[in-house]
Design a protein around this ligand. Structure first.
Ligand code: MN
Ligand code: MN
Length: 324
């Protein structure tokens, strides 16, 4: 290549902060190419990402243990290098940039103890506690949905509202003493500081009267997928109260299986990308959002990677609204 041609190409790459997007194949895989920080006690960031490669709580299709890896892989397309991440993310419709100058860390994955879920969950809770003690916002990459309980119990707050996006209520009992991916919300509601649960996006024949009864008993609100399709996002937001602190748990099966096929339990009639994005970003006006998990990404069912790609975009959308 001539020096002149190289200069022209370099110039093209730099015009207006052009992103050389799409180099997903290059570089070491961390979430959005954030620096990998292994000593959590020394975290000094706004946002800390932690993977939980655990799927022993699944009842149907396993494979969510590959979720964190898949989310990292597909996040790489959104940023070229760390400088690019520092620059934030540009939205064409608002002509605005979000998350500019925010400091990120990828804390790697929590250590899983195979066949000893309570030990794994203790490890998860202590890691999240450390992240919170360092004043970082936890972004948790599951894993099946059981991991939300050990994450939420790490919080030390006077009150917390949990907003739970899912095709399923996840308030089933299971065998006594168990925690599996259909019971985390029931377990979370038993935590004394969890004052309110809002379920969003339920549908399908897997939900039953028993789960609805359990949700009623904990005083949860249920905003179904059909209601959102028929009455709209604004109506749905009007059903969600203000709260001091809000934790968001996002099971990717809340979206329609046509956009998130990479998950274990498909239900037709799911939410669209814009519905979920609008709901997530509007939540930031309901109170202080203090944490997020994204669970049930099961890449074996989606070789295209669109499930993880969509999930990563939703993470950026929510964080952009939270760190406004
Ligand atoms: Mn779930
Ligand atoms: Mn689900």
């Amino acid at each position: 290549m001539t020096r002149k041609l190289a200069a022209i190409l370099m110039g093209l790459a730099l015009v207006g902060g052009t992103r050389l997007a799409g180099q997903q194949y290059a570089g070491i895989r961390t979430f959005l190419r954030a620096p990998h920080v292994t000593d959590l006690t020394r975290l000094d960031v706004d946002i800390a990402v932690l993977g939980i490669p655990f799927d022993e709580g699944t009842t149907a299709v396993p494979g969510a243990r590959y979720g964190p890896r898949e989310l990292r892989e597909n996040s790489m397309e959104y940023v070229v290098d760390q400088e690019d991440l520092d620059d934030g993310f540009y939205y064409i419709d608002t002509d605005k940039r979000v998350l500019k100058g925010r400091r990120w860390a990828d804390c790697g994955d929590a250590r899983v103890a195979p066949t000893l879920p309570s030990r794994t969950f203790e490890k998860v809770t202590s890691s999240v506690r450390t992240i919170l003690s360092r004043k970082a916002f936890p972004v948790i990459l599951g894993g099946d949905h059981s991991i939300s309980f050990p994450v939420v119990r790490a919080y030390d707050l006077p009150s917390l509202m949990v907003v739970h996006f899912d095709a399923h209520l996840d308030t089933w009992d299971g065998p006594p003493g168990s925690l599996y991916h259909a019971s985390p919300i029931r377990r979370i509601a038993e935590l004394p500081f969890v004052k309110k649960v809002v379920h969003v996006g339920q549908r399908g024949l897997a939900n039953d009267g028993g789960a609805v009864e359990n949700s009623r008993r904990i005083g949860a609100s249920i905003i179904t997928s059909e209601q959102i399709h028929r009455k709209g996002v604004e109506w749905a937001m009007s059903q969600i109260p203000q709260a001091e602190n809000i934790y968001v748990s996002l099971d990717v099966d809340v979206l329609d299986p046509s956009i998130t096929p990479g998950t274990g339990t498909w239900e037709p009639g799911g939410l669209t990308f814009y519905q979920v994005s609008d709901l997530l970003t509007a939540l930031a006006s309901k109170g202080k959002v203090v944490g997020l998990d994204v669970v049930e990404v099961t890449p074996d069912r989606d070789p295209s990677g669109r499930t993880a790609q969509t999930a990563v975009r939703l993470i950026i959308d929510l964080l952009g609204a939270v760190f406004h």
